[in-house]
Design a binder for this molecule. Sequence first.
Ligand code: F1P
Length: 344
Amino acid sequence: MPDYTYAEIRRQPTTWQEVLRYLEGTKGELLSCISAEYGEVLFVGCGSSYNLALTAAHLWQKLVRERARGVPSSEIFLFPEGVFLPEEKYLFFGISRSGETTETVKALTHFKEHFRGKALGVTCEEGSSLARLADCAIVLSPAGEESVVMTQSFSSMLLALLFLAMEKGGISPSPLTVLPGILENLFSRYEETIRDVATQQAFTKFIFLGSGPLYGIAWEGSLKLKEMSLTPTETFHFLEFRHGPKSIVDESTLLVALTSQSAFDMEKEVLLEMVRLGATVLHLGFESLSSPKAVEILYDAKSVDPLFVPFLDVAFLQLLGYFRAKEKGLDPDNPKNLTKVVVL
Ligand code: F1P
C-alpha cells in the first residue's frame, strides 16, 4: 500500500488545479499588496523552501524585470549587511510550508523591524505565525501535506510565485492551466523509468546538475534523495562541474541532469564528456543526448512551455528519492533525523 509521501507526489496535478483556482480568486488582493516599485525582491526560506527561493528569484527577475535574489533565512538576521542597503526598498517573500520555521519567522520579523518595504508570507498553513506577521499572505491550504519532506507544498508554493510573477510582469498565467494534465501524462509514461533508475544498486555517487531556474530544482532533487534515501549527493551548475568536481566521475556515478532549451548545446557537451569518463546520465529535458549511457525523460516542445520545466523536473526527482528509499528498505514517511518543522 503506497504511503502518504507517494500519494502526495502523485496528487500534484490535482493540487495544482486547486492552487490555480485559489490564485485566480485572490490575485487582485495580492497584486495590490505588491503594486509598488522595489529596488530588489528577496525570496527567503530554509531547506526545500530555500531551494524554492532560488528558482523563484530567477523566474521573478526574468518575468517581472525587477532585481531578485534567493537568500537563506538565517542570513537575513545573522549577516544583514550582505543582503540589505539601508536606503533601499524591498519586497520580501518569506517562504515556509509550516509557517513556523524559527529562522524564517525571525527573518521576516527582522526585515519588518529594520528595513523598508513590504513583507509577504507564502505558506500552506492558515493561521501560522508567518501568515499572521506578514503584511499579506499567500496561504495554499490545498498543498498542505502529511509527508515530512516537502513535495506538493514545494511545487505549489513555487507555482503561486510563478503565477504572481506572470501577473506582475503583464503576462497572462492562463497557459499554466494545462500544466497539471501534462504532468499526469508524463507520470503515466515515465514513472517506471524513474523507478528503474532508483533501484539500480551500481550507483554510489549522485551528482545533480542544473543551471538558471533549474539550479534550485537540482538542489531540491538532491535534497529529496538525501532526506528520503540517506544518499550522499552533490549539486552544481552545469559548467561548474568541469572545474574540479568532475575528478570523482567513474562507472559508479549517476549524473541527474536537468537540461534547458536555451543552454542545451553546452549542457550536452558537459554530459557527453562525463559519459566518456564512465558516468551514466538520468536526463530530463527536451532534446535527446543520443547516448546509450543516458536514461531520458523527454518533454514535447510543442506542448511544454520552458516555464513548466521546474515543476515537471521536481516531480520526477521527488519520485527518484521516494523509490530509492523504498529500494533500501527505508520509510520515506519517516526520514531519519528529520522533523517536519525545525523550531529552535
Ligand atoms: C522547511 C524544512 C524543509 C525540510 C524539512 C524540515 O520547512 O526545513 O525544507 O525538508 O521538512 O522543514 P518550512 O519552513 O518550509 O516549513
